[in-house]
Ligand binder design. Structure first.
Ligand code: ATP
Ligand code: MG
Length: 301
């Protein structure tokens, strides 16, 4: 892409593209969640324009909310590619990535104007380039908070200010380019206030994986390793081990589960040097260590 991206825009991609395969399949969730996401995206992107102005017009907003490491960013990225593939017969899709951290300082003055320019000028211009446009704002709560305050201590009031800014921007964008889809993610359940709830076409709340899903994430992480070291294929197929390890990892998010599996290689110098030597015992030892760390952090009541 050209170096001169508009302020706050960190990426503009033409989809569908082989480079973007992967994320959609990497997140293991109830298939109905993915079905709803994909159907909502396709409806907005394909028919949003002709429905504009009617009582049933979609708003063009999907919200993914949930705790860290539960697959929000990965799902959002994957959705862009999955929707682009579904819509490919009708033309290409532009994925625009917006970095909300580019607009700090409480939405005052310059910052507020920059957000307004983004939604009223830059995004409509980008959306004119291809038949379908999906805009992704990952960690939307960062939009309205002071840089140093963007953390877990973020005040819900600030979060609401961010979502309000997005909603008014979205209205402006829709007026010019109906059929543009905005996908936002947030760690803050509070961010999904009434305004978002009533306008979002779909709110997906991601959760920690449960006991049935964890072994599947363990298996998928092992398959990733086996793609590099085929000797690990047996371990990647060993569902009994996945279940055993999975029981030890209950309470962890998807990111920690994947890290635990990959981290098993670093438990001993031998497997770090030669990952093909990883065995079930090494995996179980890594899970035991990760589970012990987790229980240190979560005091039992
Ligand atoms: N349900 C899941 N199934 C498989 N992998 C998962 C799942 N949830 C998370 N992961 C993996 O965990 C990693 C982190 O996921 P991701 O960055 O999408 O989470 P997030 O919810 O956006 O986290 P954060 O709030 O910290 O940004 C990715 O490698 C992703 O594939
Ligand atoms: Mg994320």
């Amino acid at each position: 892409m050209s170096a001169a991206l508009p302020h706050g825009v960190t990426g503009v991609h033409a989809l569908a593209s082989g480079h973007h395969d992967g994320p959609w399949d990497a997140v293991i969730v109830d298939p109905t969640v993915k079905d709803r996401l994909l159907a909502t995206a396709v409806l907005v992107l394909r028919h949003g324009r002709c429905l504009a102005g009617s009582a049933v017009a979609p708003h063009g907003l999907i919200v993914l909310a949930g705790p860290p490491g539960t697959g929000k960013s990965t799902l959002a990225q994957g959705l862009a590619q999955a929707a682009a593939r579904a819509l490919a017969p009708h033309g290409a899709t532009t994925l625009v990535e917006v970095d909300p951290h580019a607009f700090p300082s409480e939405m005052l003055g310059e910052s507020r104007r920059a957000v307004s320019r983004l939604f009223r000028e830059d995004l409509p211009e980008l959306a004119a380039r291809r038949p379908h446009t999906l805009v992704l704002i990952d960690e939307v709560e960062a939009l309205a908070v002071r840089r140093q305050a963007a953390s877990f201590d973020t005040n819900p009031v600030d979060v609401h200010r961010a979502t309000d800014a997005v909603l008014s921007g979205l209205d402006a964008l829709r007026a010019q380019r109906p059929g543009t889809l905005l996908v936002v993610t947030t760690n803050f359940a509070e961010a999904v206030g009434d305004a978002f709830l009533s306008r979002a076409d779909l709110v997906v709340r991601t959760t920690l994986p449960d006991e049935s899903v964890i072994p599947l994430i363990v298996a998928d992480s092992l398959r990733e390793l086996a793609a590099q070291w085929p000797e690990l294929r047996d371990l990647a197929e060993d569902t009994a081990v996945h279940q055993q390890v999975g029981r030890m990892l209950v309470g962890m998010d998807g990111r920690k589960i994947r890290k635990t599996v990959h981290g098993a290689l670093a438990l001993r110098l031998e497997t770090a040097r030669e990952p093909a030597l990883l065995r079930a015992e090494g995996l179980v030892a890594a899970a035991r260590e990760a589970a012990a760390k987790l229980s240190e952090k979560v005091p039992r009541s």
